[in-house]
Design a protein around this ligand. Structure first.
Ligand SMILES: NC(=O)c1ccc[n+]([C@@H]2O[C@H](COP(=O)([O-])OP(=O)(O)OC[C@H]3O[C@@H](n4cnc5c(N)ncnc54)[C@H](O)[C@@H]3O)[C@@H](O)[C@H]2O)c1
Ligand SMILES: [Zn+2]
Length: 360
């Protein structure tokens, strides 16, 4: 099977396939109507034409294709305004559908547009980056950044359909592939079992073997879908997906956002493994190192100030406000497949774990 059903309030399919029959998949899921395609300046050059053609052949009336500049800066109120105004000028009706063709930036921006334009229109994700395929396109979190912080404006909007062609990854730079693989490693460690064992396919996936990549992407989507189905509005359980992200976010902030997310999360997971090894008397940090290495993630970080990392962790919006005792709340692993959340870590423990990773 190359699709996974996300059992959200309104269930939807996620298709992951090499040489995907986009027209067929879209036709099976939705009746044709009026559509706008949103993409970015890099992805659009490669794939906008073929996606428009597929939609047209499936009977859709594609009235516009909108291209935003590639990069995180497009998740802004300013770009949001230009997009919704352009939809209004193009005459996209209340019953229309927005197709987001691109990475997590286009997906998050497009989803927020779809959640608010005319109080909500149908939304389809066509994720083209590995990160978007395994993580951001599944789960319904959409949003924008503010100068005050990332993802501070947003909504929950489940798409009607997610469909990705693994062939799209051919043009994705290897460093971007590794950013997506960091989330794959994260979910494999959290899931355990067959997914964890299949992480031995990381090398093959990195060297472009589509079958290996498809196995890992489907595992990830299935895992994230299962977590999301149990906790659609992020009331609790979904927090386990933050494994490696507490320190990861701190490192990103301390590095002035010059450190790619996946690399920061990789270092964050390694630090969490050190904490877990101390707490649970395990030896998982070497397992982490081997997996992250296979995913092509450099575990050498740019020089950052540990105190700044700790301070940014304290400011992280995901930190519980009840934490007034100077402690952090962590997700740690007892074993692959046995995550525990809400583990209280002192500042001194966190400092030591980050130090161990930075000293490598
Ligand atoms: N909504 C969620 O649940 C969720 C989860 C994780 C991350 N995110 C968000 O996702 C964003 C990061 O996503 P991303 O890493 O995909 O970033 P991105 O969308 O900026 O894509 C990364 C780069 O790769 C390019 N690209 C994408 N697909 C390509 C392809 N097939 N060929 C060539 N180039 C391609 C893009 O143009 C861009 O330059 C962040 O804004 C993050 O906050 C959201
Ligand atoms: Zn992440």
């Amino acid at each position: 099977m190359s699709s996974v059903t996300v059992e959200a309030t309104t269930p939807y399919e996620v298709w992951i396939e090499d040489a995907l029959d986009l027209a067929g998949v879209v036709s099976d899921a939705l009746s044709p109507g009026t559509a706008v395609v949103l993409t970015d300046s890099t992805v659009g050059q490669f794939y906008a034409r073929s996606v428009e053609e597929a939609l047209k052949s499936a009977g859709w009336n594609v009235i516009d294709t909108l291209t935003v500049p590639a990069g995180e800066a497009s998740k802004s109120i300013f770009v949001y305004e230009t997009v919704v105004r352009r939809l209004a000028r193009s005459g996209l009706p209340r019953g229309g559908t927005l197709f987001a063709l691109g990475g997590g930036v286009v997906g998050d921006l497009g989803g927020f547009v779809a959640s608010s334009y005319m109080r909500g229109i149908d939304f389809v994700q066509l994720p083209t980056s590995l990160l978007a395929m395994v993580d951001s396109s599944v789960g319904g979190k959409v949003g924008l950044d503010l100068a005050e912080g990332k993802n501070l404006v947003g909504a929950f909007l489940q798409p009607r359909l997610v469909a990705a062609d693994l062939g799209w990854l051919e043009t994705l730079p290897p460093r971007e592939v590794s950013q997506g693989l960091a989330e794959v490693v994260k979910m494999g460690l959290l899931a355990g079992g067959e997914f964890f064992e299949d992480l031995e396919l990381l090398d093959a996936a990195c060297s472009g073997e589509r079958g290996a990549m498809q196995t890992l992407v489907l595992h990830s989507v299935r895992y994230k879908a299962a977590v999301v189905a149990q906790d659609e509005r992020e009331a609790g359980l979904r927090a386990i997906l933050n494994y490696g992200h507490t320190i990861g976010h701190g490192l990103e902030a301390a590095a002035g956002y010059n450190l790619p997310h996946g690399e920061a999360v990789a270092a964050g997971m390694l630090a969490a493994a050190h904490l877990g090894d101390e707490r649970f008397h395990t030896d998982l940090s070497s397992t982490h190192e081997a997996l992250l290495h296979a995913a092509g993630l450099p575990l050498k970080l740019p020089p950052v100030d540990i105190e700044q990392v700790l301070e940014a962790m304290g400011r992280d919006k995901k930190r519980r406000t009840s934490d007034r005792d100077g402690k952090y709340r962590f997700v740690l692993l007892r074993d692959p497949g046995r995550p525990e959340r809400d583990i209280s870590i002192t500042v001194a423990e966190a400092r030591r774990a980050i130090g161990a990773v930075l000293a490598r």
